[in-house]
Design a protein around this ligand. Structure first.
Ligand code: KG4
Ligand code: ZN
Length: 335
């Protein structure tokens, strides 16, 4: 079975081909031009998706040495995300499936992030606990089996990636903030400033990152930081490292508490923030100490990509779940 997967829910135009569960290609256009606006501009994102969807799908076919006539199904994300952006990939995917007379499979973007650890071997075994940390979501999920999810906790305010992006903005280091904070933090002292760690009551599985973000803002105000004038590299690196460690401490603690409570052997992390080097380093060590098998996607599959969508499409098709062509975009789709 050969499946095309399409992802256009935010600012990546991406397509991938999976055959019998094996990834043949993944082609992504990252819309980096949003950086000059300090964040994703929805209208510009959907226009760019329209411009790049055909070349990106062609590129995915070329790299896989596959022709559209070889396809058995097309899968595309229908939510959550930016409505205009989703509609481009979804309409394209539905039209292609209809034109070829093959099944269409609508994919939940949050489910696709969980499947980003199932693109390659080794794959986690059910049941496992997955933490998805992206720009729009922070979700702790008990994955019982194929398409069987129990949402244990979410963020009550900012997503983890959003907090990284906002702190980077306060420091004037650019957009998207996550990879830049990660890079700058490498030269900083994580113990320089003690930002709060919001664990919330007891062994709560809920998250909250706006408090950490606000305490960074208050700290910068207290010391009179002016992002236009102050280019004290060491100071900026110390703030990045201290902030990053506070976020990573909370993420790791909550993942380990859930793993223990649900008595799983396998834990997984996914989403853009799973590319964070400090999170990857510390989680690898903690998993070892706690005798857990840790699954983190390759860097290409942490941020949004077509491969994770194609893998969901493959598994859904294999399990007999096809989607009606009536399906429409759902910007607030839940897991
Ligand atoms: O999963 P993703 O590509 O898109 C959403 O579904 O939201 O995640 C993007 C988020 C952004 O907030 C970005 O700053 C963050 O992931 N991110 C990182 C790193 N790389 C990307 N955050 C921390 N460290 C990184 N290395
Ligand atoms: Zn995402």
């Amino acid at each position: 079975m050969t499946i095309l997967g399409i992802e256009t829910s935010c600012d990546e135009t991406s397509a991938a081909v999976v055959r019998d569960g094996k990834l043949l290609s993944n082609a992504t256009f990252m819309q980096l031009f949003h950086s000059k606006h300090g964040g994703v501009v929805p209208e510009l994102a959907s226009r760019a998706h329209q411009k790049f969807i055909v070349p990106i799908v062609d590129e995915a076919f070329r790299r896989a040495s596959v022709d559209k006539a070889d396809l058995d199904a097309v899968a595309a994300v229908y939510g959550p995300g930016l409505i205009g952006s989703i509609l481009v990939g979804l309409s394209f995917g539905k039209a292609m499936a209809m034109g070829l007379g093959i099944p269409f499979i609508g994919v939940n973007h949050m489910e696709a992030h969980i499947f980003s650890n199932m693109i390659d071997e080794p794959r986690p075994s059910f049941p496992f606990v997955n933490l998805t940390v992206s720009g729009g979501h922070t979700q702790l999920v008990f994955v019982k089996g194929y398409f069987q999810y129990e949402l244990l906790g979410e963020t009550m305010d900012d997503a983890a990636g959003e907090a990284f992006d906002k702190v980077a903005k306060m420091l004037g280091i650019g957009y998207p903030g996550g990879p830049l904070v990660d890079k700058v933090a490498a030269n900083g002292n994580a113990k320089a400033i003690n930002f709060p760690r919001p664990y919330l009551e007891g062994d709560s599985h809920q998250f909250s990152f706006s408090g950490i973000k606000t305490s960074v803002l208050y700290y910068l105000r207290k010391v009179g930081f002016d992002k236009a004038a102050n280019r004290n590299e060491q100071f900026i690196a110390d703030v990045c490292a201290s902030f990053q460690t506070a976020v990573v401490d909370v993420l790791i603690d909550k993942l380990l508490v859930a793993a223990k409570k649900y008595n799983v052997k396998d834990i997984a992390v996914s989403g853009g923030v799973s590319a964070n080097s400090e999170l990857r380093r510390r989680l690898t060590a903690e998993a070892k100490i706690n005798h857990l098998n840790l699954f983190i996607p390759k860097l290409d599959f942490c941020t949004d990509n077509g491969a994770m969508v194609a893998v969901v499409g493959y598994e859904r098709l294999r399990h007999g779940c096809e989607t009606s062509l009536e399906l429409t975009a759902e910007p607030n789709l839940q897991l």
